[in-house]
Every structure is written in C-alpha cells, then in structure tokens.
Design a protein around this ligand. Structure first.
Ligand code: GLC
Ligand code: MG
Length: 399
C-alpha cells in the first residue's frame, strides 16, 4: 500500500513501561515476539503508536536498554507531546490547544505547598506536564485538595495518578486519551482513519485510552490496581475492553487474536524457520524469518544442518542480493553460505536480532525490494542495542 494515502489496517497505540516493555523479563521475550509479528504482518500497512509517560530524554534511554521497534508516531509526556516519523517532527497544532487555560508557573507554585509531594527529576517537567511522586496512601487526599486549589485559581487542569507513585498535573485537554482522540480526528480528516484501533496499557494514565469511542482496549494481565479499579467503575461490561491473561506485549498479541484484528501468530512461535512457501511469497515475512534464523543459528538453537541452509537459499532465488548501507552488495546465497562460519558463536549468550521498519515494494513480476533496519542486542555491550540504519534485500525468485 502507499502509506501516505491509504487508511491503515490496524493502529496499535501502546503504553511502554509494563505494557509493551516487560521490566521483569530480562530476556524480553514477549516484546521480541510482538516485534517479529508486527514487522512480518503489519508494518507495511498499519500504524504503530507509542504513548508513554516518559519525556523524550527517558524515552531515548529506554530505547537503548530494550529491543524496541521504531514507532510511526510517538506520544510522550502523558499525551502532551505528539511527534511524527523517524525525525520526530512535533505537532504544533497540539501544543497550541494545550496552551489554553494552562499556567505552569501557578501549578508549580501551588503544588509545591504540599509536603506529601516530591518533585520528579527535571527531565520529566515538561511545558504541559508537572510531575511529582506521592505515596499511595496519601494520593487520594492530595489529589482532592489540589484540584480544589486549582479550581479556586480558575485553572482547568487534570491530575493523574499512575503506577502507585507518580502524580502528573496536565492541562485539562491533555492526557493520553485526548491525544489519541486528536490523532484519530486528524487521520480521519486526511481520509486515513485506521480500520481498527487497539489501545494497550497497564496503569492510571492509560485509563483515558479506554474511553475513546470505537477503540478496542487491552489492559495487560499485570495492570496496576488503579487501572483495574477505574475499569470496574467506568467500563465494566464493555466487550471492547479486555483484561488479558498474558503479561505485557503477550497481552497485546492476545488482544489482536481476541478481537480478530489480524494475524496473531508471531514468527518467533515457528519452529522450522527455513520452511518456505514459495507460492505465497511474502517479502516482509521472509526478512523477519531470515534474521530470526540467524539469531537461532548463532545461539546454536537451530540444528547445524545443511537442509536449513539449502531451504533458505531456495527462498532467496538465484539472483537475490543484499545491499549494506555502505553500498556493499552480496548475493543472498553467499550470505547464507557465510552462515556456516558463525554457527554457535553466541551460544549461551544474550544475543538477539530483530528487524525494524520493514517496507517492501514489488518492482517486477518476481522481484521485490525490501528496506529495513536490523538491530542486535549483545550481552557484552551492556545490553545496548545497535542498529544498521537501513539495509536492502532484493528478492528475485528467478531471473
Ligand atoms: C513516566 C514519566 C513520569 C510520569 C509517569 C506516569 O514514568 O517519566 O514523569 O509521572 O510516567 O505518567
Ligand atoms: Mg505503563
């Protein structure tokens, strides 16, 4: 599809911490499962939106620590900052809306009078977001007192409690839900309203996402008490919102299946990755499978067998080739032959490979160009992720 003119098939709007990203899984398995599914089956014609409480500074930190994909749209600082594309171009229209009835100085001044509130780090204080920490047992009381105080000052603000610790003060028109509503309207005006939208979250600041009409919702199994309570009071019995039985990204995949939004089997669930179906050739799927195979091969999780290599070569076609961003080119079949040298070189290590932003176009009756980024996570590089900016694979079934 031409992404600039066609309506996306699915838009996933997901929170990051404890939703897309499982901080209790050092192996990042559910995230890697989601990544493979998204790139193989959705990236080409769907939209991935990350909606996080983090500022750009902390978002970038997370991206260094965890094997994450690049979203099409990034909503940061609890729905107060919307940016588009790899260059993260800010939405100035949204900023203008948020400026209405907002006076950050008064908010800070008044809130500082409450000793129960501890200011969060400077990076998390944003033009339309003032953030504190507050203990669970004090949260309700302080929130009530604060809202009365702001009403008295004629300020129309929103106070959100998340994760049993964070308290954010935002303009009334801000928040993850309002940002999503704004985005949906914008896409609709451009004739690109997604056919389906799925919102995913785990904590208080995600609640708003689940009250936007026509949007499916998943609260992951590990959702926080404050979100479950909100759901019990406000959305119980709404069949479009589920509480998944799977944690984090596993819950997102579960919701895709539950609401029948499209394929929900991750290529990481497939045991024989060299298995190929040349009749139903799908270039994005092939690239995902190829790099997944590489990961298993180097971790010595795939059997060291010539059959796998010859099956892989069959998919590549005699004339397919790989183009490195440096301009260096290599026939795909030679790339497969080169695998023999690295079998098991990451055995027992935390080595992961995932591809990102896989886009393809068919340029001939049997020729496809696939453009993508490849990332690797190595244990000995203190968990940092490394990406090749962009690479191309040209598949040619025959010539
Ligand atoms: C993220 C932000 C923090 C915010 C919290 C809840 O952790 O860094 O500032 O309070 O999300 O929205
Ligand atoms: Mg979260």
């Amino acid at each position: 599809m031409d992404r600039s003119t066609t309506a996306p098939r699915l838009m996933i709007v997901s929170d990051l911490d404890h939703t897309m990203v499982d901080h209790h899984d050092p192996e990042n398995l559910s995230l890697l499962m989601f990544n493979a599914l998204w790139e193989a089956k959705y990236r080409q014609d769907s939209l991935l939106v990350f909606s996080t409480g983090r500022s750009l500074t902390l978002y970038k930190e997370l991206r260094k620590e965890k094997p994450m994909l690049t979203p099409d749209i990034t909503i940061m600082s609890v729905g107060t900052e919307i940016t588009y594309g790899n260059l993260m171009v800010p939405d100035d229209g949204w900023v203008e809306i948020l400026n209405q009835k907002w006076d950050k100085k008064i908010v800070l001044e008044e809130a500082s009078k409450y000793p129960e509130l501890t200011l969060q780090p400077e990076t998390e204080q944003r033009p339309h977001k003032v953030s504190f920490y507050v203990q669970k047992d004090k949260a309700q009381e302080v929130t009530k007192a604060l809202s009365e105080c702001f009403i008295n000052h004629g300020l129309d603000v929103k106070i959100i409690y998340s994760g049993g610790i964070d308290l954010d003060i935002l303009p009334q028109g801000a928040g993850k839900g309002q940002a999503l509503a704004y985005l949906l309207k914008k896409l609709n005006d451009e004739g690109k309203l997604p056919k389906n939208t799925l919102a995913c979250g785990d904590s208080g600041n995600d609640a708003e996402l689940f009250s936007i009409p026509e949007v499916y919702g998943v609260m992951v199994s590990n959702a926080q008490e404050e979100l479950l309570q909100w759901h019990a009071v406000n959305a119980k019995g709404n069949p479009n919102i589920i509480h998944a039985s799977e944690r984090c990204a596993g819950g997102i995949i579960q919701a895709i299946g539950h609401f029948s939004l499209g394929p929900n089997i991750s290529p990481r669930d497939i045991i024989d990755l060299s298995d190929n179906n040349l009749e139903k050739f799908d270039p994005a799927y092939e690239v995902v499978k190829f790099y997944l195979f590489l990961e298993r091969w180097r971790r010595a999780e795939a059997e060291n067998s010539e059959i796998y290599l010859s099956n892989l070569k069959a998919v590549c076609g005699p004339c397919g080739y790989f183009v490195h961003p440096s301009g260096f080119e290599k026939p795909l079949r030679d790339c497969v032959d080169a695998l023999r040298r690295c079998y098991g070189d990451n055995r027992g290590k935390q080595f992961r490979v995932w591809v990102d932003q896989v886009f393809y176009s068919q340029v001939g009756s049997e020729t496809w160009i696939v453009r993508f980024k490849k990332w690797e996570l190595f244990e000995y590089l203190s968990g940092d992720t490394w990406g090749i900016p962009s690479a191309l694979i040209v598949y040619r079934k025959s010539f």
